[in-house]
Design a protein around this ligand. Structure first.
Ligand code: SF4
Length: 280
């Protein structure tokens, strides 16, 4: 099955409404230092095509539509629908055309700007498009997300989508204390044209902890000792610090007149944590 019910690993802090996920590719070459998928996908930073996906997907979509006419399919939560190779392969574009033909509701999330190419398809779908931007500081983003297009390009593409009438949202995710949190207001300012912002604080697994320590020894000397609380297989910041960040992030987002969501924090989100309310 390519289209699967979204499974937040039984996280007690997940507040997602029911939805399905579809990963067009296996793996993601953006190679973000903090990435979570490396803990359960072997060679996660090497992108692989899914042989047979396009041949089998239409049947799955027809069955899904019979079960639930309004099912929402999210692209993609364990990869990115727009890895570098999508420029030449165009598989996500073909998938979108298939979803559009069957009028499937769709929630896109990416750390790329390649979706600009697909605005002609997206504007005729029941969808919302989001970009993930941890910081608008280009230097920091280049270290954190070495192979992803620069934040400015992601944001520019999202503005084009907004101009085409597509509902747009952003994820400032993850917020890293003492690092990207310092840029949060500046990042939010650049994203203030979206309708909804979802945030989350940095959560760590053993492998992402190792990568963070290797890349940011000084930062992690301060941060690592704080990560003692384990929730659903992830290490979290202490609850008080986490809630302080979330409360302040929410205040700043609401001040801009946007709606606010938080991801796997068990914290208030309205109307939804994941922006799915934007999908018509
Ligand atoms: S874009 Fe997402 S899936 Fe891809 S490497 Fe970064 S965090 Fe992982």
């Amino acid at each position: 099955m390519y289209v699967r019910p979204f499974d937040p690993w039984s996280s007690s802090l997940c507040t997602c409404p029911p939805k399905y996920t579809l990963n067009v590719y296996t793996g993601c070459d953006h190679a973000c230092v903090y990435c979570y998928i490396t803990s359960y996908i072997p060679h996660a930073f090497r992108v692989r095509e899914k042989k047979g996906l396009l041949g089998r997907l239409e049947g799955e979509i027809l069955r899904l539509k019979r079960r639930d006419e309004n099912a929402l399919v999210a692209l993609s939560y364990s990869s990115d629908p727009y890895p570098t190779v999508e420029k030449s392969l165009g598989t996500t574009r073909k998938v979108l055309k298939l979803l559009a033909r069957h009028d499937v509701r769709c929630l896109i999330l990416t750390k790329s700007d390649i979706f600009r190419r697909d605005i002609d398809v997206l504007k005729n779908m029941r969808c919302a498009v989001g970009v993930s931007v941890t910081t608008v500081n280009e230097e920091k983003a280049g270290i954190l997300e070495p192979n992803a297009p620069a934040p400015e390009r992601r944001i520019d593409a999202l503005k084009k989508a907004r101009d085409a009438g597509i509902p747009v949202y952003a994820r400032v995710d993850p917020i890293i204390p003492f690092y990207t949190w310092e840029d949060f207001e500046m990042t939010l300012e650049e994203l203030s044209f979206v309708s909804h912002v979802t945030v989350s604080t940095l959560k760590l697994r053993p492998d992402s902890m190792r990568r963070m320590k290797a890349k940011f020894p000084e930062l992690m000397a301060k941060l690592a000792p704080l990560y003692r609380e384990r929730i659903g297989g992830y290490l979290y910041l202490p609850r008080n610090l986490r809630l302080d960040i979330l409360r302040e992030a929410r205040r700043l987002v609401l001040e801009k007149g946007l709606t606010f969501g938080s991801c796997r924090e068990g914290y208030v989100s309205w109307p939804t944590c994941d922006a799915s309310h934007l999908v018509p």
